[in-house]
Design a binder for this molecule. Structure first.
Ligand code: PPS
Length: 296
C-alpha cells in the first residue's frame, strides 16, 4: 500500500470503467467481495447530492428521532462509506461495516453497475438522492478544491468540462442518476430529490420513515426536521466533517457544509457555460422521464 502523502492529489484510477479516487482504488477486491446483509440500508448518491443529509435523516429515523443517540459518533462512522479507504488516516469502510451490528446504514457513491452484486441479491433497501447536475457540479468543484484525496480541479471552466465529460470521481452524473432511476422499477429503491428535500424536508423525511417501515409520531418527524436542517448540521461537529484530518480536507478553502441551497449554480455558470451545459444535458438525458429542478 502506498504512503498517505503519495495518495494526495493523484490522478484518477479506473475501476469497472469509471474514474475512481486513487486511494480508494487500491485493493478494490475488498469492495467487490463485500458481503451485504438483507437488513442493510444503502444510501446511494452521486457525490455532493445530499448524502450526508440523507444519512443523518436515516440514522435519526432508526434512533426514534433522538438527537443525543445520533451524536454518539461522527457521521462517517455511523454511516460508513463502502468504498472509502485512506491508509494511516481512516479505517476502510468495508472494515468499519464488517464490525457493525445490524441494521447497518451503508453510504456509497457507486453507480448501479459497480455496486457489489450482494446488495441486489439480498434485496437491500436503498435510498437514492439525486440533485440537479448544475448544483452538483458547483458543489463538487468546491469540494475538490478542499479535499486533497482528489486531483486538483483547476479553474471552474476547466472543471466544468471534466464534469460534463464524466472525467470526475464516479464518472458520468447522467449515467448515475439514470441508472438508479431505471433500477427502481425492479428493486426497493426510494428515489428522492435534493430540491424536494429543500422545498419540504418534513414531507420527504416522512417518505423515508414510511419506506423504512418506521411509524413515527408527528413530534418526532418535527424533531428530525429541525435536527437535519442545514444550519443544525453545519453547526454539529458530528455531521459537518470537521473531524476529518485537516491534511485531507481543508475547510478554510471551502467548508464541507458550504451553502446548502438549490440554484447556487447561477452564481458560477456564465450564460455561455449554461447554454453549452444545457445542450449537452439534453443529449445525454434524451429519452428518460427523469426530471430535475434547477431552482425552487
Ligand atoms: S459527499 O461528500 O458526496 O458525501 O457530499 P454530500 O453530503 O452528498 O453533499 C454535500 C452538499 O450537501 C449540502 N448539505 C445540505 N444541504 C441542505 N441541508 C442539509 N442539511 C445539508 N447537509 C449537507 C452541503 O452543503 C453540500 O452542498 P453545497 O452546495 O456545496 O453547499
Amino acid at each position: 500500500m502506498a504512503s498517505a502523502d503519495s495518495l494526495l492529489r493523484q490522478p484518477w484510477r479506473t475501476v469497472h470503467g469509471i474514474p475512481m479516487v486513487c486511494a480508494f482504488a487500491h485493493n478494490w477486491e475488498r469492495v467487490d467481495a463485500f458481503q451485504s446483509r438483507p437488513e442493510d440500508i444503502v444510501v446511494a448518491t452521486f457525490p455532493k447530492s445530499g448524502t450526508t443529509w440523507i444519512s443523518e435523516i436515516v440514522d435519526m429515523i432508526l434512533h426514534g428521532g433522538d438527537p443525543e443517540k445520533c451524536k454518539r459518533d461522527a457521521i462517517t462512522h455511523r454511516v460508513p462509506m463502502l468504498e472509502l479507504v485512506f491508509p494511516g488516516q481512516m479505517l476502510a469502510g468495508t472494515e468499519q461495516l464488517a464490525s457493525m451490528p445490524s441494521p447497518r446504514v451503508v453510504k456509497t457513491h457507486l453507480p448501479v453497475h459497480v455496486l457489489p452484486p450482494t446488495f441486489w441479491a439480498n434485496g437491500c433497501k436503498m435510498v437514492y438522492v439525486g440533485r440537479n447536475a448544475k448544483d452538483v457540479a458547483v458543489s463538487f468543484y468546491h469540494f475538490t478544491l478542499m479535499n486533497k484525496m482528489l486531483p486538483h480541479p483547476g479553474t471552474w471552466a476547466e472543471y466544468l468540462e471534466e464534469f460534463m465529460a464524466g472525467r470526475v470521481a464516479y464518472g458520468s452524473w447522467h449515467d448515475h442518476v439514470k441508472g438508479y432511476w431505471e433500477r427502481r422499477k425492479e428493486h426497493p429503491i426510494l428515489y428522492l430529490f435534493y430540491e424536494d428535500m429543500k422545498e419540504d424536508p418534513r414531507r420527504e423525511i416522512g417518505k423515508v420513515a414510511q419506506f423504512l417501515q418506521q411509524d413515527l409520531p408527528a413530534a418526532v418527524l418535527d424533531a428530525i426536521t429541525r435536527h437535519t436542517s442545514f444550519e443544525a448540521m453545519r453547526d454539529n461537529p458530528t455531521t459537518n466533517y470537521t473531524s476529518v484530518p485537516a491534511d485531507l480536507m481543508d475547510h478554510d478553502i471551502s467548508p464541507f457544509m458550504r451553502k446548502g441551497i438549490a440554484g447556487d449554480w447561477k452564481n458560477h455558470f456564465t450564460v455561455a457555460q449554461s447554454e453549452r451545459f444545457d445542450e449537452d444535458y439534453a443529449q445525454k438525458m434524451a429519452g428518460t422521464d427523469l426530471h430535475f429542478r434547477t431552482e425552487l
